[in-house]
Structure formats: structure tokens, C-alpha cells
Design a protein around this ligand. Sequence first.
Ligand SMILES: Cc1cc2nc3c(=O)[nH]c(=O)nc-3n(C[C@H](O)[C@H](O)[C@H](O)COP(=O)(O)OP(=O)(O)OC[C@H]3O[C@@H](n4cnc5c(N)ncnc54)[C@H](O)[C@@H]3O)c2cc1C
Length: 476
Amino acid sequence: MQGKAVVIGGGIAGLLSARVLSSHFEQIMVLEKDAYSEKAVTRNGIPQSHHIHILLMKGRQILTDLFPNLESVLISKGAHRVDLLADVKYHLATGFALRLKSGMYTIACTRHLLENTIRDELLTHCHNVKIKENTMATSLAKSTNGNEILGVNTISNNSLSSFYEGRLIVDATGRRSETAKWLEKIGFERPPQLKINSWIGYATQKYKLPDNLNLDWKSLIVMTKPPTNPRMAVIYPVEGDNVVMVGLLGIGKTYSPTDKDGFMEFAKQIGVDEVKGIIEKSKPISPIFGYRETGSRQYLFENMKKWPDNLVALGDSVCAFNPLYGQGITVTAICAKTLGNHLENDWQTNYHIKKGFSQSFQKKIAKVNSFPWLLGTSEDLRWPTSEGPRPNLLTTIMQKYANDVMLLGPESKLATRSFFAMMHMLKSPLVLFHPLIMTHLLYKKLAKKKHQKINQIICLLFVISVVIMIRNKHVV
Ligand SMILES: Cc1cc2nc3c(=O)[nH]c(=O)nc-3n(C[C@H](O)[C@H](O)[C@H](O)COP(=O)(O)OP(=O)(O)OC[C@H]3O[C@@H](n4cnc5c(N)ncnc54)[C@H](O)[C@@H]3O)c2cc1C
């Protein structure tokens, strides 16, 4: 272990980065502009923390690898274990998805509890990590004759300027990252950006459920119904006695009001009575918080001709997703793990940083980001009100196909299990191309056309032959 590393930003991306760096550097300094608080539910740097944060299964797995005690500590603080398909009731445009025991689970709690617990675990187990609160990075300092960043200039809340030197600098400053500007100031080109905005708005309130409700689900998720209903609802269990967060979302500037009556009216317009019922029967225990900064935005750092050898960026700072598919934390966790592996294999030769170390990292995480980006923006691009470049024909077909598989939810266990395993990043998108799923979709399409009977017989024969092949292990 050699030298110091500096992480800018002490949100989830910064904390996970510090965790993987702790095996490679003598000292890791995390610079966070806010002061943390155990009690306050949010802080200026993470205004999104009033809203529901679903931790995808893959994210839960990686967090558990990095912090083996995390799950048990979260549960001891009131978080819930939630089975992906047995405990979550999904309402799709075609009806309620089938419920089944999936054996795949996540941990449900507020983002605030998750971040605080990760930070506690980090500081307890990684003694070479220090966090400097109230310390805002203001610029990067570059060596005069090389391609390396020497360190980070900061200003504290009482206006004291400081400089933090590091052999490796990690940018984890989130959606509002200034790194592009900082790089331009020290002579690098401005990185290209890709933006797609479907103008999603959130309104969220916490409720205490009555004791006698006897729900057969822990979470209820009502998806949008394109092209007629851009409204969506998520009811999600968090820590506390029978406490849930109710999030009402709308696409294309269909924003839920944040006053009591407007919130209820919006809930009615979602079109699933259970949402309205929960709000009516439960006791609100927080104000209604609104949030609208949700566009999908990525910096294409990997395409820059020149990039500092010892600066890496990850998390929302590089790629901020529209939050509908709950991908941010999980993708960040995958990127942090990628950083750990990259350091293991490609960091230095004879104490010199390998040329292109950081650029090849940015290329790797661009690949990690690419599929979640396609999935997230597929919802954006279903709405004519969305702004941003349209994808090519192949991508459009793939996005439409994935959506069609999701819509089989009310009638096919296989499609449901496959879609949600893919969405939770446990399985590759190829899982959607199971022959039985493809046949099911084909059958539905053909059944709508002329010669229905003949088409159905052809499909039936196809299904039978696929089943025989699968049983004989010729396929999958
Ligand atoms: C409304 C909404 C809902 C979401 N829902 C989900 C969900 O369900 N599931 C999910 O996985 N993700 C969700 N996300 C995304 C998720 O919040 C982020 O992807 C995730 O937290 C990773 O963020 P980050 O650490 O990269 O950035 P952030 O969480 O934004 O953290 C950045 C940190 O850097 C600090 N900082 C910024 N600038 C400086 C500076 N100059 N100097 C020092 N410190 C600085 C900030 O104070 C902050 O602490 C949602 C996002 C939004 C907006």
C-alpha cells in the first residue's frame, strides 16, 4: 500500500470508492462539503434522500461483499428483507404481475439509513479512511509538465482554503458534479454529454400504516400506462414501526402537487384503488416533499482524447439515471467494484502510475453504464414529451421487446422472473430471449392477426418442440 488517495464527495459513490481504495493506499481522505447528521433525514448535498431509494438485488449483493455486517446492522435498525416477487406487488399496464417466491431479496430502508450505516461500517473497519466534513472541493491542481492531477483545492464552511494531495483522485460528487468545468480550467477539453429528459417529478410522504391492515405485500409498485397515464406510484417499507414511504411520480411534467388534497387527487388518477386506500387509512408522519431534477445525463469521459492519468470518476457524477428503475446505487456499486479490480491489475509499475490507467477505467465503466442507460431511457423515450436524441432502430426494437416481456407479467411466471432478474441486474438481458418467452410473445402477436387458428397451431407446435428440446437439454 503506497501513498494517499483523495475522494471528492462523501455520498454512496464516495464511501464505496473509499472502501475499495482502502486495500491499495496508506491513507484515503474523503472530502464532503456537508456535515453529516444521524438525525437529519437529508442534507443539502443529497436532496433526493427524502425520496424512495430501492436497492436492486445486485447492489445488495455487492454491498454485502464490501461490508459483510451491513445487512444485519440495517435489519437491527429496522430495515426490511423484501423478496423480489413474493413481497412486491407490481401493477403493470396489463394488470398485476404474478407473485411467486423468488428467493431473491433486497433490504428496504431510507437512503439516509443506508448511507449512514455504510459510513459507520467503513469507518469501523477501514482505519486508513478519514472523512473531512464541511470541506468543499473547488478545483483540481495539475502538474506543470505531466498529465497528472497533484491534488484538490478546497474551501471549508468557515472559508479556510486547503490543498489535499493525492496519488489517485476520485470524483464522486454526484449529479451536480463540477469536474467537467474543473478539467476545462486546467487545460483539458470539455467532455461531451448525453442528455435525455422525460421530465419526471416526485412527490413523497411518509406514513404510519394502521396495525390492522393485514396487507399481503410489503411494497406496491404501480407502473405508468403509456400512452394514456404517465402517473406511477411506489409504496415502500422503511425503518420504523409499520412505516412506509408513498412516492407519486409523473412523467412529462405531470407533477404531483405537494399539498394534501392535490396529492390525494393525483393518487386517485393513478387508477389503482389500493394507492388511494393506503393514503386514506394511514397517518402521515412527514411533510410531502417534491423533487424534479431527474433527467438522464452522462458525461462521455471515455471519449476524451486526453484525460489525467490519476483521476477517475464514478457514480452520478459520470452517469445519472432517471430514477424510475432504481439503478443509481447498484450501478455505482458495480463501478466501485470495477475500480477495486482495476487497481488490483492495472495501477502501477515500479511505483509509476501506468499510462492510461484512468482512461481505461472510464472505458470500463462506460460499458457498465451502457445497459442500465438503455433500460432507463427506454421509459423516457416512450413518451413524446421527452427531450433528447432518439436511439437507433436496433436499440428501439430491443427496448420495445423488453417492455413487451415485462407486460407478460400477469400471465407468465417465467417472463416475470426473467424480467425482474434482469432489471435487478442479476441476469444478463439475454435471459429475456428464452425460447418460451419469445414463443409466448409471438403467439400473442399472431393471435391478433388473420388466420388466427392456423397461427395458433403453428405456435403450439413450436412451443411443444421447444419444451422437448429444453427437457432434452438441447437449449439453455
Ligand atoms: C428522486 C431520486 C430517486 C432516486 N431513487 C433511487 C432508487 O430508488 N435506487 C437507486 O439505486 N438510486 C436512486 N437514485 C439515485 C441515487 O440517489 C444515486 O445514484 C446514488 O445515491 C449515488 O449517488 P452518488 O454518490 O454518485 O451522488 P450523491 O448521492 O449525489 O452524492 C454526492 C456527494 O458529493 C458531495 N459533493 C458534491 N460536490 C462536492 C464538492 N465540490 N466537494 C465536496 N463534496 C461534494 C455531496 O454533498 C454528496 O454528499 C435516485 C435519485 C433521485 C434524484
